[in-house]
Design a protein around this ligand. Structure first.
Ligand code: R5P
Length: 286
């Protein structure tokens, strides 16, 4: 039985269709003091409950714990938790004295209510080691590539951390060349992107469609800087492709105003740009 979080309903339904599992009814309410409450509606105790919920907010983190607890309370023998997007995964270290390793803290909490975790394209695969139950990263590069149409694009990773994903998307697309830029981040939304590779010859940018690939678009600053650089060098068009379209604040406007033609994302986070489903990749990993 697939049990959806409030923010991952499209993906949960797609996964139920893909795997032939029942899609549970779930209601999401709030008490007057602001606390959330969920109710999973089932006719009989599920043998295997698959909770599908992206932890895009603090509330969503609590909701996952509530869903896990509700299905156990209902008698589920086995619980698998799918985190299409795992929030706090970027806080995978104590960057300053006194800070927590937030990824570890949330991973431990989520582990208490499940037998297994799947998480789609986590920021660093090593985050899976923070769970105290078996945790598997799900590769979404092949799914993201299905949303691309350019016949001979230059595929660009805006920073070194996105290099492997961009290579994998380029390979799955089956056309084009791939290069990686370098990024310096000065604050949450203040970044500088530098083209550390030549953009001539095979990796020519002038007159060519470009696909910028990253795991997450949050404030959009990284992609805006990279897109501006590429358009200044004569790129014919720029598509921004990401697995997790967080698109915080005015990120979408920022990108379009910078000249980005299209933003493509997957349904790990439900946004208007989430036109590619990772359901087949999750189903294969279940
Ligand atoms: C971090 O390294 C991630 O891979 C992304 O590059 C980052 O989350 C993008 O953030 P923003 O959209 O705020 O520049």
């Amino acid at each position: 039985m697939i049990v959806s979080g409030s923010r991952t309903q499209s993906l949960a339904a797609a996964l139920a269709a893909e795997t032939d599992h029942e899609l549970a009814g779930v209601s999401f309410d709030r008490f007057p003091d602001g606390e959330g409450i969920v109710r999973v509606q089932t006719d009989s105790a599920p043998e295997h409950a698959i909770v599908v919920a992206s932890t895009v907010s603090d509330r969503a983190h609590v909701e996952v714990l509530q869903l896990q607890d509700a299905v156990r309370e209902d008698g589920a023998d086995r619980v698998t938790t799918v985190l299409p997007y795992m929030g706090y995964a970027r806080q995978d270290d104590a960057f300053e004295p006194g800070q927590p390793v937030s990824a570890r803290a949330v991973a431990r909490a989520i582990s208490t209510g499940t037998d297994r975790v799947l998480t789609v394209e986590p920021h660093e695969q090593s985050v899976c080691e923070q769970f105290t139950v078996p945790a598997t990263p799900v590769d979404a590069a092949g799914r993201l590539a299905t949303g691309l149409s350019a016949t001979d694009p230059l595929v660009v990773a805006p920073d070194a951390g996105a290099a492997d994903l961009a290579q994998a998307v380029c390979k799955a697309h089956g056309a084009g060349e791939c290069v990686s830029f370098e990024k310096r981040r000065y604050s949450g939304a203040d970044v500088e992107v530098e083209a550390t590779v030549g953009l001539e010859g095979e990796t020519a940018v002038s007159g060519r469609p470009v696909v910028l690939v990253d795991d997450i678009v949050a404030t959009g600053s990284t992609m805006r800087e990279a897109a501006t650089l590429l358009l200044d060098r004569g790129a014919a068009s720029v598509t921004v492709a990401c697995v997790h379209p967080l698109l915080a604040q005015n990120a979408y406007l920022k990108l379009r105003r910078a000249g980005v033609d299209r933003v493509l994302g997957t349904d790990t986070i439900e946004r208007p740009v989430s036109t590619v489903s990772v359901a087949p990749a999750v189903a294969a990993a279940l």
